[in-house]
Design a protein around this ligand. Sequence first.
Ligand code: NAX
Length: 327
Amino acid sequence: SKKPVRVAVTGAAGQIGYAILFRIASGEMLGKDQPVVLSLLEVPMEKAQQALQGVIMELQDCAFPLLVGIEAHSDPLTAFKDVDYALLIGSRPRGPGMERAELLAVNAEIFTAQGKALDKVASRNVKVLVVGNPANTNAYIAMKSAPSLPRKNFTAMLRLDHNRALSQIAAKTGKAVADIEKMTVWGNHSPTMYADYRFATIKGESVKTMINDEVWNKDTFLPTVGKRGAAIIAARGVSSAASAANAAIDHMRDWALGTNGKWVTMGIPSDGQYGIPKDTMFGFAVTCEGGEYKLVEGLEVDAFSQERINVTLKELQDEQAGVAHLL
Ligand code: NAX
């Protein structure tokens, strides 16, 4: 049988933590033949650590055959020791009356510390996914704080936006989600993201031709996908958790196990393609194989798409500029 891998999850006692840990432990992320050790990080506060103990009791009570170890931590330096995968979910949400600059600053502090800890103690091949918002900028900060790890090991989660786009297209066309290929989302995980179905196909047929409605794209599809998180908060009273956890599972599974040539969306550090400045943590279409993602290159960018890409890029550059003095 396979050697166990170490999986770190931060914010493990939170909503998304509760929705993701049981799925990782049951083998949905890394395969039904891959034993895992869960290394769980929460803030040191007693309430959080106590809640974490409760989650651990429940994990134990599932008696998952693949779960060969569970650890509770309050320090990233111990939590990230030798980890092969790190899901950075915990972050500081925006409190009432909190300014954007303040939000960026507290999160910069968290992700600087966690990036440094990964740099020091994680496996040199660690695959890092940042979910905690602002996800792209937090991933950028962690990457910049871990100079001895390859840049490509740091990614941000755009997969929820990607999956939201897939389900909207399936509903619009009356076709199965499973048959949609070549969907992508460009840019920041925020309402400015640009979900792009121009290249998408369903059983070889062009989705754009099938829908043939630019007004729907601009006035219905993009706002629906962009504001979906807010719609869920309005309906549920709390933010998306199960769907976010599901997207994180999809992201890591595809990265680790491959996509068989299918496109998925990941936030990755740019190497300058599509005019996105190097290191910008940007959502792109990728394929995954052999534990590596590969950017889909050479896609045509028309005027409308360029305009959208410019908007989401500008937002990301402003966020990056807002934390530059902290790095
Ligand atoms: P919760 O508030 O339920 O849980 C967050 C947990 O993280 C808390 O238990 C908290 O104690 C812990 N935490 C805070 N700082 C920490 C640190 N420095 N180290 C370790 N743990 C820490 O939030 P939840 O609903 O689970 O969401 C978590 C994050 O995901 C939020 O930032 C949220 O905005 C973000 N999201 C990102 C999405 C994406 O697509 N990228 C979508 C869903 C979600 O909104």
